[in-house]
Design a protein around this ligand. Sequence first.
Ligand code: PA5
Length: 503
Amino acid sequence: MEGMKLIGIQENSTVVVQKARAKGERNPFKSDSFKRENRVTLDLTYLFDAPGPGSISKEDFEKLIPKAMKAHQLLRENKGDIFDKGIAMTGWQDMPVQITPSHISEINDAARQLASRIDAYVSLGIGGSYLGIEATIKALTHTYFNQLSREDRGGVPEIYFLGQNMDPDYFRDTLDMLEGKRVGVNVISKSGTTTETAIAFRIIRKLMEDNWGEAAAGLIIVTTDKKKGALRRLAEQKGYTTFVVPDNIGGRFSVLSDVGLVGLSVAGIDIEEFVEGFKDMRERCMSDDFWQNPCLAHAVARHLAWQKGKKIEVVATNSTALYGVARWMEQLFPESEGHKGHGMWVSPSLYSEKLHANGQMVQEGERNILETFLYLKEHDNRLNIPLDEEDLDGLNFLAQRGRDMNFVNRMVVEGPAYAHYKGGVPCIIVEVPRRNAYNIGQVYYMMERSVAISGYLLGHNPFIQPGVEAYKKAMFALIGKPGFEELRREMEEEMSKKARVKI
Ligand code: PA5
């Protein structure tokens, strides 16, 4: 039997875009018409007056505006509870207008130079040193990117992620994908001491050195603090190319810094377009007119929902490509808001898949849910629904009316938004016109600023994560890290007194 041919199916537009990138073709992201057509918007229509407990009224919303405006002012002036070890952690807020063309060129040059010499690029990092990079690459590339030919990928290497977990099977499986390939690595860690990243780097570095000896150094990029940390020392000793995680930007706010930009450039993504998205959303978010400022409205909507007892935010998207962005939000908000018993749990969801998994709970479960739709308006491809002579599934009405899969896909946002709202779930809709770097940049900046405002509204510093240290210390004690002996003794003693309940 011959293999299947895609008869009647159009060329994949995501691949067309990837190939165009290889030829240096770019979106006209500076033009007014492009900006008009690619404006990320916030729709609060379904936020107000959902029936049932915890309903949000416009009146309650308006009462919070003065507090939000005060927070807006403080943030702009870098004042308030925003410091970590004496540094105001708000470097991300002006970064879109501070990044210089020469720095962008430096990143593009290093990325292209490395990409041209390798078959596979491995990005090592966890949390803020991982999620934004993966989310952006997934948002802007083919679902099966690594399985495409290099030409179809746009002339760039395959891309892998390691160091984001401690799973030996995942790691080993990834090594299989790297076998026989020329490999380049970017190890990303602001602290330079994160165990997951450090162990991953140790294994990969050994493999690279065993294969290529001293030449391995030319295939390694280190992205870390500009002066301190174990990685910085190692990089200086070995002569690796280095990039910097700025002092005043925390991991989850760092996707626009070298942390994100190097990997995106390796993947062929237009990082200037990405910066432009951040820049334009920054301008909108600097507005003192509350109703023209999407980040302020977003922050107030979420804060009020939380006050009204909404403890879970389902971030649902109708695009597999944008699911990673929902996962990025899953870190950004809980790590910033989860202090002093505050905060909403963020649950990333892909619709309509999840509607057949936990949709029942969203519709009729405890009314403690806020739903945010990351709504992609135009997918890259259109898929027609064919006419069928027998029409046994009864779907000819779609084909007869010229309704394609894209139309039905949009209804998996509009349908649930309506039904869930009627069931007592307030909804926020973030409309993303298309899959391009400009739009993803806008979404990121809006969310980063929104969570910063949220910190002021909640009354705590959103830029620190002392809670993450607790697990690290316990793990260090258990793995026998020198310096943690006392804690290990304490833990063992405490655990020995606990009655074991094991069935
Ligand atoms: O947002 C954060 O600060 C964290 O998620 C960090 O990015 C994460 O813990 C990784 O830290 P590091 O970059 O120091 O390895």
